[in-house]
Design a protein around this ligand. Structure first.
Ligand code: AMP
Ligand code: ZN
Length: 470
């Protein structure tokens, strides 16, 4: 079934098809975190949305190369390291580690490539040099290099592809140095920022003197390095359409003369208790804040995945409590199916009608409500049949196989407590561990295969091996 997704470039829902040459390979870039603080749940809505896109593509048979940058040099970062008298690496490293821990707690697949801006200074300089050589960038009196919107438009290029902008009212040569600015401030924007005392020791040499890159050029350089000059999908939160993504398009197309991205996807914002999240309103939550209140990453993920990505979503603590109840319904049903299946082989389940409805809903511009409706209809149906005692072991195993397939996208996986793992399996795991320690790899492999045949895989974790449902 063809996957349809809204494209911000055309403002319409379009069939998604990779540019090729391999029709199954997709290049996908999502603007990553600016590591100057802990990510808040608004940010997480966007990263969980990116994970949903990736998992849906993989579910649909695509081979995705997922790239997400880490913005580790930018205005807000510089300001904070000056305030806190620390070094760039020490400061950003701490928040980057926290980011990836949270990403894991939310069960997001880790992007395949996670380039850092500070590790791509030569690529960024090369891209700016290309723009100056093509005459669409210039060094101003303040020593910084700016992108000329007038020159760019003079080459027949369009500035304002994602959003209508009043570029005709643009006062030629007016400049904006800040990374973030609003629509009223459409102006030539900074590609390379000349060193100023407030930058402390955050600077690099360049053909235009010492300085640092602007935020927008970082993403153009890193995305094209990882995915080529034209790639399939670019994602981010809707606030990034302007100026960040508009500037990414201008810099990339201005340098290469080719279309930059074929399909742009933007996730709508998250509100908290009906309002914009802010520290002063006391409605500002990081994932850690919610964990401290006793909620899990899995519950937060579920809640963030209940709304369509193009609709503003109102996050509430009551919503999280409902998420717990909804997950408990899935857990109960899946738990019973597991008991019943007890290692029975599954037969032909991936054709389950509810799974087809689930897949069709996702293919329809990620209609997540319809996808959840398919899941909960299945849970209700299954519960009735389980209560009537009319489910055989083979049917239970088949139903679990279908759920596992759906859960490869949802990734809210039914909870498997240690206590739920049958003692017989724990014994097999212990025997395999003993065999490994005795360097009897033949036996340890045989035990691993035995566990696999029963539907369990061994996961080696820093705390030792653990059993996971295959
Ligand atoms: P940042 O770390 O500020 O660059 O933001 C990371 C991502 O979070 C970007 O894609 C933003 O668009 C997104 N984002 C920021 N605030 C919100 C919000 N309230 N709701 C949804 N996404 C957001
Ligand atoms: Zn970006």
């Amino acid at each position: 079934m063809a996957l349809k997704l809204f494209n911000t470039l055309t403002r319409s829902v379009q069939e998604f098809a990779p540019a090729g040459p391999d029709p199954k390979k997709v290049g996908m870039y999502c603007c990553g975190p600016t590591v100057y603080d802990f990510a808040h749940i608004g940010n997480w809505r966007t990263f969980v949305f990116a994970d949903l896109v990736r998992r849906t593509l993989e579910f649909s048979g695509y081979d995705v190369k997922h790239v997400m940058n880490v913005t580790d040099v930018e205005d807000k970062i510089i300001k904070r390291i000056q305030e806190q008298q620390t070094t760039l690496r020490e400061f950003t490293g701490r928040f980057e580690t926290a980011f990836f821990d949270d990403l894991q707690a939310l069960n997001c697949r880790r992007p395949h490539v996670t380039p850092h801006a500070t590790e791509h200074i030569p690529e960024i300089i090369a891209l700016i040099a290309k723009l100056t050589a093509r005459g669409v960038a210039y060094q101003a009196g303040d020593g910084s290099v700016y992108f000329s919107i007038e020159k760019y438009r003079g080459c027949g290029c369009v500035y304002g592809q994602l959003q209508k902008l009043k570029v005709d009212e643009l006062r030629v040569g007016e400049r904006v140095a800040a990374d973030e600015y609003d629509k009223e401030a459409v102006a030539d924007f900074a590609l390379w920022k000349a060193r100023v005392p407030a930058d402390g020791n955050v600077f690099w040499p360049s053909p235009w003197g010492e300085g640092r890159p602007g935020w927008h050029i970082e993403c153009s350089a890193m995305s094209m390095k990882a995915l080529g000059e034209t790639f399939d999908l670019h994602l981010g939160g809707e606030d990034l359409k302007f100026p960040h993504h508009e500037d990414e398009i201008a810099q990339s197309e201005g340098a290469t003369g080719r279309p930059f991205v074929r399909h742009w996807l933007h996730g709508a914002h998250l509100l908290v208790e009906g309002k914009k999240m802010s520290k002063s309103l006391g409605n500002f939550f990081t994932l850690r804040d919610l964990q401290a209140k006793g909620f899990t990453g899995r519950e937060v993920r579920y809640l963030l995945l209940t709304a369509h990505y193009r609709e503003t979503f109102n996050f509430t603590l009551d919503g999280l409590r409902s998420a717990q109840a909804a997950l408990a319904r899935i857990d109960e049903c899946v738990g019973k199916l597991r008991e019943l299946a007890a290692g029975a082989p599954a037969a032909g389940e991936t054709e389950a009608p509810w799974l087809a409805a689930f897949a069709a809903a996702l293919a329809d511009d990620l209609n997540i409500s319809a996808a959840w409706a398919a899941v909960f209809n299945w849970v209700s149906e299954m519960n009735k049949r389980l209560a009537a005692g009319s489910v055989t072991a083979a049917e239970a195993a088949a139903a679990l196989a279908a759920w596992t397939r759906a859960d490869s996208v949802l990734a809210v996986g039914a909870k498997v407590e240690a206590a739920e793992i049958p003692a017989e399996l724990t014994a097999l795991l212990a025997a395999r561990q003993a065999a490994r320690q005795a360097r009897d790899f033949k036996r340890s492999d045989a035990l691993r295969d035995e566990l696999k045949a029963k539907g369990w895989v061994i996961e080696d974790t820093p705390k030792g091996p653990k059993l996971k449902k295959a």
